[in-house]
Structure formats: C-alpha cells, structure tokens
Design a protein around this ligand. Structure first.
Ligand SMILES: *Cc1c(COP(=O)(O)O)cnc(C)c1O
Length: 238
C-alpha cells in the first residue's frame, strides 16, 4: 500500500467521513475531466485489514458495496456484519482453488478469475443466479502477480462463457508498481474491446486504486477498488 495514497487527498488527521467524501469528490472531478457520467463509475471501498466497525461506519455513511481480498478474513468480517442488510461484497484477491467454493458462498462478485482451474472449481457452485465475475489480467511478466497473461486471455474468457454458473462482467487489472499506470489501463481497455467480439456484454473494467483512479477513469474504468485513501492507514496488527 503506497504511503502517499491518502496524503494526496489530505488524509493527514482526517476522519473516515472526510476521506470518503474527498475520494467521492475526486472521482466526480475525474469523471467530469474525462467527459464521463459519474453514474457509470462504481466506487468500491476495499476494507481488507480493517475490522467490521470500519465497514459499519462506511455503511452508516451510505456505502453499500465493499471489496475484500483475503480469505478467511473476509468470511469472518462478512459473517459478523450479517445483521446489516443490503451490503454487497466483491472479492478482489488471489484465490486458492480449494477455497474457491467457500469464497463463492459469501461474496456477490469475484474480480480475480485468473486461471482455468479456478473456473472449474466454481463451475459447480449452487446459486439462484450466476456469480458475476471479472477475469484478471496480469500486466507484468511475473506470474506471481496474479492474473492471466494477455495471450491466454481469450481462452480463459471462452472457458468462463461456457460455464453457466458464472456471468462474465468484464476484466480487471492492478497497474504494476512503479510504472506509469495509463499504459496498463489503456491496454486493459483494448483487451476489453477485443473480448467483446465474443463476450458482448462483458464491458466492465475493474481498475483504479488509491493512487491511480484518475488515470483509470480516463481510460474507461467502471469499477474502482479504493482502499487506503478511504480507510486510512492499515491498523497495527499485533
Ligand atoms: C488492496 C487492494 C486494492 C486497494 O488498494 P489501495 O492502494 O489501498 O487503494 C485494490 N485492489 C486489490 C486487488 C487490492 O488487493
């Protein structure tokens, strides 16, 4: 988590409510600058490392959609918030094959589909409606970073499309650290147009975090996953 994430938005000694509204205002500004309607961009606070109290406080401020990236932390948090109705949970972290079905039981969407084995593991989940998913693309040559390599994307997309338990919403990426994020976001957008020749309704682009959401919005992001700029510093873990 980059240290300057929140500072750019004046996080210094701010409250959660101040940080949330600063990010919301910055998202709207970036939409306006890009000539986009802010209603086409979902802001999803990422609450990993933070307790259920922080989620509850954000829910009191009107937030309904949250993202988590680690199992079982996510499961425990979501369970302890079960009495709060109408919250929607997006899983954005890497998923071990053997945990996939369990994770699918407590989330409403998965942004990190990155390999055929994971699709197979999810193919037998039982839900009323298919699970909304995004295919994550790795923007680096490093396989440890998560995501499918661009040259394997079409095959993975086909695999998801032929799995009735899943509904492909679009693509997801994390811009590589230390590089200009615009290049990655532009590339994901191009890959998105390419897959739409077969996956016609998979138009969503999950990209943009605390430090690069403006660039993501410029390049067509529809789902922003923003942690530190909203939640503040990660709490000390003892
Ligand atoms: C933590 C996380 C984010 C949010 O990152 P910030 O820099 O805190 O905004 C977004 N996406 C994924 C996959 C994450 O793990």
């Amino acid at each position: 988590m980059p240290e300057h994430a929140g500072e750019a938005l004046g996080q210094g000694h701010s409250t959660l409510a101040e940080r949330l509204s600063a990010v919301q205002a910055a998202v709207e500004d970036a939409c306006r600058a890009a000539g986009r309607d802010p209603s086409g961009v979902d802001l999803i606070p990422v609450t990993k490392f933070h307790g259920p109290e922080l989620v509850a406080a954000l829910a009191d401020l009107g937030v309904r959609r949250f993202a988590e990236s680690r199992h079982p932390e996510a499961r425990d948090k979501i369970e302890s918030l079960a009495e709060r109705e109408g919250l929607e949970w997006h899983f954005v972290g890497q998923i071990q094959t053997k945990k996939a079905r369990q994770i699918a039981q407590y989330v409403d969407a998965v942004h990190s589909i990155d390999r055929p084995g994971l699709v197979d593991a999810l193919s037998t989940i039982e839900r009323e409606l298919p699970l909304p998913v995004f295919v994550q693309v790795n923007m680096t040559p490093d396989p440890a970073r998560g995501g499918v390599q661009p040259d394997e994307l079409d095959a993975l997309v086909e695999h998801v499309l032929s799995t009735p338990a899943l509904e492909l919403k679009g693509l997801m990426c994390v811009a590589p650290l230390g590089a200009e994020p615009r290049a990655s976001f532009a590339e994901l957008r191009e890959l998105s147009s390419r897959i739409q020749s077969t996956a016609t309704s998979a138009r969503a682009l999950s990209m943009g975090m605390s430090n690069d959401f403006r660039e993501a919005i410029e390049n067509g992001a529809t789902h922003l996953r923003i942690g530190a700029a909203i939640t503040g510093k990660r709490p000390d873990r003892t």
